[in-house]
Design a protein around this ligand. Structure first.
Ligand code: B3K
Ligand code: ZN
Length: 874
């Protein structure tokens, strides 16, 4: 496969002003009539360039130029391109193609999912529908007529407004849609199905009434309220916080079961993976409710950050994704607990994005090259990209940032632009120079900050030395220092925040500062300090970096209870737990567990005056995945055992407190999704899980009772998970069976049922995983099912996946090869755990590498998997 380079970007030779589409949908395929109004691009230097249109898996039926049918000698059908050597300055091109959506298992372009037609065009799926310049800097106005059998497909949708509809012969009908906003073809969408419609309205800030419509299969009619409410909250939040009003008269959301990712922001017609939009108290956990709110917001926010202002090319993907993730995380913070939201975002970043940035697929937020763009919808583009925008927000402050975003939207409305244009708007609005800051877009790798300090008691001066370096990543070494906003505070011995005087005698010095690091090393002096302070570093995770500082356990315990920054209280607890667990990896069985860890957890569990949402987070031990990310020569089963030891020790030591915590947090009253109620459920389910880890009889009874009587999925799943992860085999099997019988008709719940087993070291050993794959509810064609079994096993059940006999690796390699033919995008994602092979101790890494080599040697490997495997082995 070919590598595409950012440095080779050229403006399109031809522009398309208007697209007229007619879809004839049938059971045995679809005929697509496309008429493009094309003109030569005045900005292109390629004066007499041939017209080249992208295509993929299309059967060409006819081509006409300005109404005259072309003969085969006038054009060349290269399979992936339709080339016409000579065309006038301006012309109309009509092309008819035949496609087979019913056989499309890649789920790119037009395909069928549970009997309905739907599309996914980002990044390069439109070329699977018709020949087109499939690149985001070609923006056109679309008119789309859909024709289909009326009984089977009563609902026919596309972008924009429905302008015409009518009956056709043979029980068929049509609807025509017109989208007044020019857009790249990746934002095109079409849906045809037998769907129920849920309606609502939203009045915008300028007083326009927007028609909100959700389309779902009839059995899901009762699961739309949460998404609809989330949508309305998103619409008014974007008006208030960013001054962005919705622009069309209709906004539609469709739920489909077979979808490669979470959702898609098609103009006016967002398409969602059912699991990211449908929810009811009975079927969705708190985490799912929150995820749905965030994704609905994310896709809605794209209407401005992505659609009105879009990307010039796919190297600029983070322009829309990083910014939109930042926007949705601000929104979620405003809707719930900001500290908890920050903790969740940082957990994901540090566990998964840091691992990506340290692995063979590491790439900058603005990559310089790719083979398959689908492989670059990564945590780096999304989450690190969002952190980069957050740093700009931190450096400029909220008001200047808003001026910058207003300028960006105004200056580039209707354009396809670059991350550099985004940064320039921020600079122009604020007067700040972000030249060095741009390195965040260009250099891959997570910066490491080594921090040391000294206290000069005589002078009353506390000195902090901060040195940065950025590790080498594939194709990049000797990196330049980056511009890093570093928030910190200093605490006195009673926990009081000390004023941070950067000059002796400074008045009204603040207790928190954002230092700006720009050099390889800095020394900061804080004056008027009477005793050695405890530093609280990188507050609220002000930059996506690793911080090394020789914290003592004493200091961490101190920060856990005194740091005024909630995020850093949590982080201190995590560092302490990491330190304790790491010290037990490979230690003798009778090595002692740090007693002060127990004391601090006791305090967290018993002191109900603490913020319970934060406590619920602080009680979660660092995950195995995070512990592996922090390790060199990782031994996953040994890490698993050390973590289990700490967990069991805590549970045994705090047994009575856990039972009391469980009872104190028992719900009375109606199910609510407030931060307080979520925290209560989380605390109670954590207590339950811990009790079952130590085979506590009372815990078992509580779990069984809760499983049977729960009135919501969070509690039902909490009890089920606790039982599944316990030694009570009979109760586990009974609960799993009951659960299945109760929810067998609901695919979104069955996905949870699969993953709770696949992720468990008790219920998810390889023979059981094979049994799940044979289960009648399992379906290789459905990405959610594949993720919930194969993905959960390899990504979460780490001690089983890293079985020293290599069977976990063989298993994954086999499933990747199986999926490579039918759905390469999903196959390439599933490879990820194997790509981390260099991280592990030799007895593991050699076998992981061998599994990758087996995948590499498969015949007819897709470009998607090829890129990931070859880069990982390089
Ligand atoms: N923009 C889509 C992702 C498309 C992925 C294509 N392989 C969803 C989102 O980020 O909102
Ligand atoms: Zn997005």
């Amino acid at each position: 496969p070919q590598t595409i380079y950012l440095s080779e970007y050229q403006v399109p030779a031809y522009l398309v002003d208007h697209v007229d589409l007619r879809f004839e949908l049938f059971e045995e395929g679809a005929r697509v009539h496309s008429t493009l109004s094309v003109r030569r691009n005045p900005d292109s230097r390629a004066a007499s360039a041939p017209l080249e249109l992208d295509g993929d898996s299309l059967r060409l039926e006819s081509v006409a130029l300005d109404g005259a049918e072309l003969s085969a000698a006038d054009y060349e059908d290269r399979g992936d391109q339709l080339v016409i050597a000579s065309v006038p300055e301006q012309f109309e091109l009509s092309v008819v193609t035949w496609i087979e959506p019913q056989n499309n298992t890649r789920l790119e372009g037009l395909y069928k999912s549970s009997g309905m037609f739907c599309t996914q065009c980002e990044a390069e799926g439109f070329r699977c529908i018709t020949f087109f310049p499939d690149r985001p800097d070609v923006m056109a106005r679309f008119r789309t007529r859909i024709e289909a059998d009326k009984a089977s497909y009563p609902v026919l949708l596309s972008n924009g407004n429905d302008v015409d509809r009518g009956e056709l012969e043979g029980g068929r009908h049509f609807v025509t849609w017109e989208d007044p906003f020019p857009k790249p073809c990746y934002l095109f969408a079409l849906v045809a199905g037998d769907l129920v419609e849920k309606r609502d309205t939203f009045r915008t800030c300028s007083g326009r009434d927007i028609d909100l419509r959700m389309y779902v299969e009839p059995r899901n009619a009762e699961k739309c309220d949460h998404a609809m409410d989330s949508l309305k909250r998103s619409m008014s939040w974007d008006e208030e916080v960013y001054g962005r009003e919705y622009d069309l008269d209709i906004f539609m959301i469709v739920a489909v079961d077979d979808f490669n990712m979470g959702a898609m922001e098609n103009k006016g017609l967002n398409i969602f993976n059912s699991s990211c939009v449908l929810a009811s108290q009975d079927t969705a956990t708190d985490a799912a409710f929150q995820r749905i709110e965030a994704i609905v917001a994310h896709e809605y926010f794209h209407n401005w950050s992505g659609n009105r202002v879009t990307c010039r090319d796919w190297f600029q993907l983070s322009l829309k994704e990083g910014f939109t993730v930042f926007r949705d995380s601000q929104f979620s913070a405003d809707m719930g607990s900001p500290t908890v939201k920050r903790i969740e975002d940082v957990t994901l970043l540090r566990t998964a994005q840091f691992a990506e940035d340290a692995g063979p697929m590491a790439h900058p937020v603005r990559p310089a090259s790719y083979m398959e763009i689908s492989n670059f919808y990564t945590l780096t583009i999304y989450e690190k990209g969002a952190e980069v925008v957050r740093m700009i927000h931190n450096l400029l402050g909220p008001e200047m940032f808003r001026k910058g975003s207003d300028l960006y939207f105004e200056r580039h409305d209707g354009q396809a632009v670059t991350t550099d244009d985004f940064v320039r708007a921020m600079e122009d609005a604020s007067g700040r120079d972000l030249t060095q800051f741009r390195l965040w877009y260009e250099q891959a790798g997570t910066p490491v900050l080594n921090v040391s300090d000294e206290f000069d008691a005589e002078q009353g001066v506390y000195r902090l030395n901060i040195a940065q370096h950025i590790p080498d990543t594939p194709g990049q070494s000797n990196k330049k220092p980056q511009h890093i906003p570093f928030a910190l505070g200093l605490l006195g011995s009673r926990g009081e925040p000390l004023p941070l005087k950067l000059e002796a005698g400074e008045e009204n010095a603040p207790a928190e500062r954002v230092l700006e690091l720009t050099e390889a090393s800095h020394t900061f002096e804080f004056h008027g300090i009477g005793e050695r302070p405890v530093p609280s570093l990188l507050r609220h995770f002000s930059a996506p970096v690793r911080v090394n500082y020789p914290w003592s356990r004493e200091q961490l315990l101190f920060l856990m209870s005194h740091d005024p920054d909630g995020f850093n209280r949590w982080d201190a607890g995590q560092r302490l737990a990491v330190d304790v667990i790491q010290s037990l990896v490979g230690a003798p069985k009778d090595a002692a567990v740090e007693p002060r860890l127990v004391t601090s957890y006791r305090h967290l569990i018993c002191d109900s005056s603490l913020d319970q949402a934060l406590v619920a987070k602080m009680l979660q031990l660092p995950s195995e995945a995070y512990l592996i990310e922090l390790a060199d020569n990782a031994d996953a089963p040994a890490i698993h055992r050390a973590r289990e030891r700490v967990l069991k020790h805590l549970a045994i030591s705090l047994r009575d407190e856990l039972v009391a915590c469980y009872r104190r947090n028992l719900e009375s009253g109606d199910y609510e999704i407030t931060p307080e109620a979520i925290a209560r459920r989380s605390l109670r389910n954590t207590a339950l899980a811990w009790l079952l880890v130590i085979n506590d009889e009372e815990g078992r009874e509580l779990a069984v009772r809760q499983f049977r009587s729960a009135d919501n999925m969070t509690d039902r799943m909490g009890a089920l998970r606790a039982l599944v992860n316990s030694d009570y085999e009979e109760d586990r099997n009974l609960a799993l069976e009951e659960f299945y019988q109760q929810f067998r008709e609901d695919p979104q719940v069955i996905e949870q049922w699969f993953s709770v087993q696949a992720a468990s070291d008790r219920a998810g050993q390889l023979p059981q995983i094979h049994a799940l794959l044979e289960h009648p509810a399992f379906d290789w064609k459905n990405p959610n099912k594949v993720r919930s079994v194969v993905g959960a096993f390899a990504g979460q059940n780490l001690s089983a996946f890293h079985n020293p006999d290599g069977s976990g690796y063989d298993f994954l390699a086999e499933q990747v090869c199986r999926l490579d033919d039918s759905n390469p995008q999903i196959a390439a994602r599933l490879v990820t755990p194997l790509t981390r092979w260099r991280k592990f101790a030799p007895e593991y890494s050699e076998q992981m590498k061998a599994a990758l080599e087996r995948i590499r040697d498969k015949d007819g490997l897709s470009r998607d998997v090829y890129e990931v495997v070859h880069k990982s082995l390089a």
